[in-house]
Design a protein around this ligand. Structure first.
Ligand code: NAD
Ligand code: DAO
Ligand code: ZN
Length: 370
């Protein structure tokens, strides 16, 4: 078939909207009509050329929602008409990683997914002249139709709006999951969230759900305050307005350090501050932000010797096929909010404007509706 897609032809160039060829699903695969997709910083990072693993031409996008149109041989858990959210972290339920409760990093299709192809080693997308186009993060949601492995699709309820639940495909699950699955924050905890963007706001609402008592937001941009308060922030700190040492200020504000801190900036200096602002003896600091290629974190080892720990989380530690449908239910039941974070809705033709809004810091989430 043919479908319309925003194609990343080469690094540093705007996406090009064009008709592309899409082969139908092979064994174990599913054809999905994408109804909506969010634009995430990771897409922008890859498009910019800064992502050392970025490959071109490719169809980017990993935060989508849509409807199953056709299933390949052997697919048993999905059928045409099902509503789905693509998963860049799949859940095969049989690999060593899926069988270990300590991780959500299913490895069953890791190698081919990282190479931009389906598990059989080939791409389903091509240009009209036959040039292959690579898949991206196993999802390629910047296309009106895409093909994914069955294990990379979460089946969700049919009454949930695509233009909101697409955000559960990355930002919402990453932020809330970091609190619930990774940190396992207890009622009454004190927490600090560094970076109040599309991820940090979801960490805030995860902390509110978990019953944290003190939820401090840290951001260089004062315009983030209003939205952050709406999502549960109790105190705000702008490091630019702190005289003296930021760690000391945060330790004082929390009465000894936070039980949990979260980096949602991707800045390695902030990651160090986050670790050191966690409580001596038991503080845990969770790294969510993705740092630039080659960046390294550092601290004095004595920070760890004295009981602080550093951990990281991908996709909020969520097992997508199991957890994503539950998060959709939380949204539909009013337990979490998504709507105020979707600040812009665009057509596919305007997708590059969405990236402009992101770079200008004007959007939290821009969503493309097909
Ligand atoms: P964003 O740009 O919307 O938000 C980042 C926020 O950090 C902004 O509000 C900015 O003002 C603030 N900030 C920047 N530098 C700061 C500093 N030095 N001190 C305090 N605040 C500072 O980005 P986002 O979409 O929320 O993503 C945050 C990070 O999470 C990115 O690095 C992204 O790649 C990463 N991410 C990780 C995962 C995962 O699974 N681990 C998933 C998605 C995104
Ligand atoms: O299993 O080796 C692996 C990689 C899993 C991918 C995890 C990606 C998490 C962070 C990327 C940002 C997501 C948008
Ligand atoms: Zn697995």
């Amino acid at each position: 078939m043919r479908t319309r897609a925003a194609v990343a032809i080469e690094a540093g160039k705007p996406l090009e909207i064009m008709e592309v060829n899409l082969e139908g699903p092979k064994a174990g695969e599913v054809l999905v009509e994408i109804k909506a997709t969010g634009l995430c910083h990771t897409d922008a990072f890859t498009l910019s050329g800064a992502d050392p693993e970025g490959m071109f031409p490719a169809i980017l996008g990993h935060e989508g929602a849509g409807v199953v149109l056709e299933v390949g041989a052997g697919v048993t858990s999905l059928k045409p008409g099902d509503h789905v959210i693509p998963l860049y972290t799949p859940e095969c339920r049989t690999c060593d990683y899926c069988l270990n409760p300590k991780t959500n990093l299913c490895q069953s299709i890791r190698e081919t997914q990282g190479a931009g192809v389906m598990p059989d080693g080939t791409s389903r997308f091509s240009m009209l002249d036959g040039t292959p186009i690579l898949h991206y993060m196993g999802c390629s949601t910047f296309a009106n139709h895409t093909v994914l492995p069955e294990i990379a699709l979460a089946k969700v309820r049919k009454d949930a709006p695509f233009d909101k639940i697409c955000y559960i495909g990355c930002g919402v699950t990453t932020g809330i999951g970091a609190v619930i699955n990774t940190a396992k924050v207890e009622i009454g905890s004190k927490a600090i969230v560094f970076g109040l963007g599309g991820i940090g706001l979801n960490v805030l609402q995860g902390l509110r759900m978990a019953g944290a008592d003190q939820i401090i937001g840290v951001d260089l941009n004062d315009s983030k305050v209003e939205m952050a308060k709406r999502f549960g922030m109790t105190d705000f700190v702008n490091p630019a307005n702190v005289t003296g040492d930021l760690v000391a200020h945060l330790v004082e504000l929390t009465g000894g350090g936070a039980d949990y801190t979260f980096d949602a900036t991707g800045n390695v200096g902030v990651m160090r501050t986050a670790l050191e602002a966690s409580h001596k003896g038991w503080g845990e600091s969770i790294i969510i932000g993705v740092a630039p290629a080659g960046a390294e974190i550092s601290t004095r080892p004595f920070q760890l010797v004295t009981g602080r720990s550093w951990r990281g989380t991908a996709f909020g530690g969520a097992r997508g096929r199991t957890d994503v449908p539950k998060i959709v239910d939380w949204y539909m039941d009013g337990k979490i909010e998504i709507d105020p974070m979707i600040t812009h809705v665009l057509s596919l033709d305007d997708i590059n404007k969405g990236f402009d809004l992101m770079h200008a810091g004007e959007s939290i989430r821009a969503v493309v509706e097909f």
